[in-house]
Design a binder for this molecule. Structure first.
Ligand SMILES: Cc1cc2nc3c(=O)[nH]c(=O)nc-3n(C[C@H](O)[C@H](O)[C@H](O)COP(=O)(O)O)c2cc1C
Length: 350
């Protein structure tokens, strides 16, 4: 059968995953907007996916601090009540034999003081993003340039959120280093014009990410920390790396230096060629022997084939899991997968 690879179990470090199917991180905005706590609706939502047989759930983006928040209803992991609320989610997922990691997400400049408790957004350089803040529908504000002290503090916030994730019972964390948010703002020549050690050539620009990963690994461990990274940026449609392999090689070099073992290259179209006739994930595989999570408009056939040919080890699905809480069951039974419809599938947690 076409999907056998996807349905096989796998051991990764201390994790036993029932299937190689991963739930991609998806912001749902159903947390309490004032307290950043998740409720029983979110417990049920994740429990359902674990029960269905998703091997690894990556949560929606979770803020390590109030200033990291970029839209309404995003949960946090920086207060005791947030940790206690998440514990109900992790217990439910574990009861169903699933695994769940917390995605830590700081939006950097992509926000507005009305979302961050009155504080101006922070970023590597004083460069305002074009466009409107998600759901607030107001222009992005000009960010403050982070001082060396601010950088130290934010790294500590990531470390604290990672520690809180473990306290809340998560199996690990994913660091959101993709899509134009804070870490990617440091990584990118577009948003990082610093003249200190955090700016300049590509390896300097990657220093912030490296220090975040280092601090998080100290709390969580090398085999329980995932890094997500991308060429795509949510605020710059069509953005392309000038020479993708240069960026990929530099990123991979840093991942090897910090000893991370699981990486999550993110694209919206898994089969799209990036350079030299190869896709993003194929280019990454050329330089990386560790675990790769594939993602980007995958279907079960493309995902199974990519696992079989060794391009990726696990396959993440986003929108299909919103439309189909019984995705794994449907694959097993050969039932059709319902197409995703944003107007319906984003409206409720089902
Ligand atoms: C509603 C929605 C919310 C998302 N939120 C996040 C997020 O919080 N963090 C993140 O890294 N990616 C986020 N993404 C991107 C997904 O993780 C995934 O990479 C993307 O949807 C492509 O996978 P798909 O084609 O299987 O949906 C989001 C996508 C959707 C549709």
């Amino acid at each position: 059968m076409e999907n056998t690879e996807l349905l096989k179990s796998i051991n990764i470090g201390n994790w036993y995953l029932k299937t190689k199917i991963v739930m991609a991180p998806m912001t749902r905005s159903f947390a309490n907007n004032n307290t950043g706590t998740v409720g029983n609706d979110i417990v049920t939502y994740y429990r359902k996916r674990a029960k269905d047989g998703i091997g690894l759930i990556i949560t929606e983006g979770i803020n390590p601090s109030p200033r990291g928040k970029g839209t309404f209803g995003v949960p946090g992991l920086y207060t005791t009540s947030q940790v206690d609320a998440w514990r109900k989610v992790t217990e439910a997922v574990h009861e169903e034999g699933g695994n769940i990691v917390a995605q830590l997400w700081h939006v950097g400049r992509l926000t507005h003081h009305e979302l961050t408790g009155g504080l101006p957004p922070q970023a590597p350089s004083v460069i305002k993003a074009d466009g409107l803040v998600h759901r607030l529908r107001k222009p992005y504000e000009t960010p403050e340039e982070m001082s060396l002290n601010d950088i130290k503090n934010v790294i500590q916030e990531y470390a604290m959120a990672a520690r809180n994730a473990i306290k809340a019972g998560f199996d690990g964390v994913e660091i959101h280093g993709a899509h134009g948010y804070l870490i990617d703002q440091f990584n990118s020549e577009v948003t990082n014009k610093r003249t200190d050690e955090y700016g300049g050539d590509i390896l300097n620009r990657l220093l912030f990410m490296k220090e975040v990963l280092h601090a998080v690994i100290q709390e969580v461990g090398q085999d329980r920390t995932i890094i997500r990274f991308s060429e795509i940026k949510d605020d710059i449609p069509g953005y392309k790396w000038t020479n993708p392999e240069v960026n990929i090689k530099a990123l991979v070099q840093v991942f090897k230096e910090v000893g991370i073992q699981i990486i999550h290259p993110s694209t919206n179209n898994f089969t799209e060629k990036m350079a030299s006739g190869m896709t993003f994930h194929q280019l990454v595989r050329k330089h990386w022997d560790g675990i790769i999570i594939g993602v980007g408009n995958l279907n079960t056939e493309i995902a199974s084939k990519a696992i079989k040919d060794g391009t990726i080890d696990l396959a993440a699905f986003g929108r299909p899991l919103l439309a189909n809480p019984d995705f794994v069951h449907k694959i097993k039974e050969g039932h059709p997968i319902k197409p995703y419809q944003a107007a319906i599938d984003l409206k409720y947690l089902k």
